[in-house]
Ligand binder design. Structure first.
Ligand SMILES: *Cc1c(COP(=O)(O)O)cnc(C)c1O
Length: 388
């Protein structure tokens, strides 16, 4: 039988997949089982920062796999400490914790915020405010943190202690910041929520209001971090310093990883036995992280990301079906008119360009190192579809 039928028979049906069987990739190009070639503007949802099978990344990961693949966190390993040093030095954070996914990183951030408040103020000051249209993950607690009603279904009871505030509404946030609040969690650019960037005035208000009340700001940069918006962190675009930042998608270049970065204030909240993971910080995955950071944590690389982001915006804005181009850097959203995102993505597949949707919008997250020639070719295709 076909793989489509096997998938139906053997894999729990939580995904709606495109009818493509991808078998190999190279850079920003990927091939299906019939030899069809596609330019990838998805990066596996912002994961393959360096594209498919980047030579340096492959050599770092496979080299580490051949030397020491896993030890557990009961021992010290060199790739993990190297990744922590690079990340903290580059971002100005104090310490890092490594886990395996975005949701896990957010779970850890939530635990840190709750314990920070417990240690200082005792029980009861545990409320966490998140924004409407946010996405923070699929575990029970991060589902609750996700500010979209569609996710708050079936799995009752959900975790207590979350409240939602409309993104951009500083007055509503001020009202929501009651004495039992320990943290505000936000995405600077809401990814799954439609590639919507927060406005600067709102971000400034969040930091000011939270600063006054000793309420922690947690930045969920699982999608927007690691160079995606043209800086290592999107907080740097806004010129602010969250108490905790979470990373995941683009960090390992294709390997499952999450990271929690803590500031001076939150660096020692978790101690021995308060948290842990079997796989987190695994040497092979950390070798991937180190290979990604070696390339992305570089001014010229990040400047090129900004340039390519500008180029995409220039090529896509003003098209017949494009009402607005949103996002920052190479995190690009297209608000459409007289066309649906699903139609645009389907036409893209026919014409050899892979794109994503985010709610009712088209979302583009190309590999950060895509070369200009391929990007231009993909923009020609996308522009034609958007003008049809
Ligand atoms: C994808 C995503 C998550 C969840 O990450 P997983 O690795 O799927 O658990 C959390 N927050 C944001 C902003 C994301 O984009």
């Amino acid at each position: 039988m076909s793989i489509f039928q096997d998938d139906k028979d053997y894999i729990i049906g939580t995904y709606k997949r495109f009818p493509l069987v991808l078998v190999k990739g190279n850079g920003a190009e990927v091939y299906d089982d019939k030899g069809g070639r596609y330019i990838d503007l998805t990066s596996g949802i912002g994961v393959n920062s360096l594209g498919f099978c980047d030579a340096g990344w492959v050599s770092a990961v496979s080299g580490q796999a051949a030397v020491l693949q896993h030890t557990s966190n009961l021992y010290y390993t060199l790739p993990q400490i190297e990744a922590a040093k690079t990340l903290t030095t580059a971002t100005g954070y104090k310490k890092a914790f490594f886990c395996n996914s975005g949701a896990e990183a957010n779970e850890c951030a939530i635990k840190i915020a709750r314990k920070y408040s417990f240690d200082k103020y005792g029980r009861g000051r545990h409320k966490i405010i998140t924004l409407t249209d946010s996405f923070h993950g699929r575990t029970m607690t991060t589902l609750t943190a996700t500010g979209q009603e569609v996710f708050h279904n079936f799995f009752f009871p959900f975790a207590e202690g979350f409240e939602y505030c409309p993104a951009g509404d500083a007055a509503a946030l001020e009202k929501a910041l009651t004495d039992d609040t320990c943290a505000v969690m936000l995405e600077f650019v809401q990814g799954e929520g439609g590639v919507k960037e927060l406005d600067r005035a709102f971000v400034d208000a969040v930091f000011e209001l939270c600063g006054k009340k000793d309420v922690l700001v947690i930045a969920d940069e699982v999608q927007s971090g690691v160079g995606r918006t043209g800086r290592l962190l999107t907080s740097q675009v806004f010129g602010v310093k969250p108490d905790i930042t979470t990373l995941a998608k683009g960090l390992g270049g294709g390997l499952p990883v999450g990271a929690v970065l803590v500031s001076e204030k939150t660096a020692d909240v978790l101690g021995y036995s308060h948290h842990g993971t079997t796989f987190g910080g695994n040497p092979v995955v950390m070798a991937g992280v180190n290979a990604v950071l070696e390339r992305v944590n570089d001014d010229a690389f990040l400047a090129a990301v900004r340039e390519k982001g500008d180029y995409m915006r220039e090529r896509l804005s003003g098209r017949r079906h494009v009402e607005e181009v949103t996002g920052i850097g190479m995190m690009v959203g297209l608000k459409l008119k007289d066309a649906t995102a699903a139609e645009v993505v389907a036409k893209g597949i026919e014409k050899g360009v892979l794109m994503l949707t985010a709610k009712d919008r088209v979302r583009l997250l190309p590999p950060l190192n895509i070369d200009m020639k391929l990007l231009a070719e993909a923009m020609d295709v996308a522009a034609a579809i958007l003008d049809e």
